[in-house]
Write a protein that binds this ligand. Structure first.
Ligand SMILES: CC(C)(COP(=O)(O)OP(=O)(O)OC[C@H]1O[C@@H](n2cnc3c(N)ncnc32)[C@H](O)[C@@H]1OP(=O)(O)O)[C@@H](O)C(=O)NCCC(=O)NCCS
Length: 189
């Protein structure tokens, strides 16, 4: 997949850059995001406690591009030079690596075969301004332009904000993965 790059007036959505000072900006922002108690409320397992864990996480996104398992992108607030969001774009190959239970889902729903998965995390200072909904629409278009037919997402049952983002982007509930998590899908028309 060609890299997703979107330039807004004050924000830029792009993969991990290659120059050292930009990497440090992303590294600091990702650390803030994944140490933010509000962000982690439904995802405590995503916490990144140490600089080493942040670096390891960023290395995974780099290798993800190399082995076509994930194409994560980061949102930078250009006015503050801060990274304020991460969107994980996990390919079908990555999905089967990170979430093998999806094999069962596609057995029950062959129409979801080949699905990709998105996950998204925004610095809580920026919540409820419609920001993630705008970004997710860009991400969806980009994934579909690359020939993918189905995109999945998973929400915790109490995560109303995440559900709203998906509903506003056209996703539909597919079913419960377990008692706490809902699987959502968007099919290419
Ligand atoms: C989910 C998340 C990315 C949303 O980002 P955002 O930019 O605030 O999203 P948007 O502003 O585009 O949409 C949020 C919607 O939820 C609504 N909302 C938020 N909290 C709500 C609540 N407690 N009850 C009802 N609606 C709520 C907002 O009003 C808005 O809906 P509207 O536009 O119809 O008014 C952000 O909350 C986040 O990072 N959460 C933590 C990480 C997470 O849970 N990620 C999802 C993992 S898949």
């Amino acid at each position: 997949m060609k890299p997703l790059i979107v330039n807004f007036t004050n924000y830029k959505l792009a993969p991990l850059p290659s120059d050292a000072s930009s990497v440090i900006t992303i590294q600091e922002g990702v650390k803030n995001i994944f140490q933010d108690e509000d962000v982690l409320k439904f995802h405590p397992e995503r916490r990144l406690n140490t600089d080493n864990q942040v670096m390891y996480h960023l290395m995974e996104t780099v290798t993800g591009y190399d082995n076509a398992t994930r194409y994560d992108v980061f949102l930078t607030d250009k006015t503050r030079n801060e990274c304020i969001a991460e969107i994980d774009i996990i390919t079908n190959k990555g999905l089967l690596k990170y979430y093998p239970f999806f094999n069962e889902i596609t057995k029950q729903h062959p129409e979801y075969k080949g699905t990709w998965l998105i996950e998204y995390y925004l610095d809580s200072r920026y919540w409820n301004n419609g920001m993630m909904s705008i970004l997710i629409k860009k991400v969806i278009n980009h994934i579909f332009e690359n020939g993918v037919k189905c995109i999945s997402a998973v929400t915790n049952k109490d995560n109303v904000a995440s559900e709203r983002v998906l509903i506003k982007s056209g996703f539909q509930r597919s079913g419960m993965l377990n008692k706490d998590q809902t699987h959502w899908v968007l099919m290419q028309e």
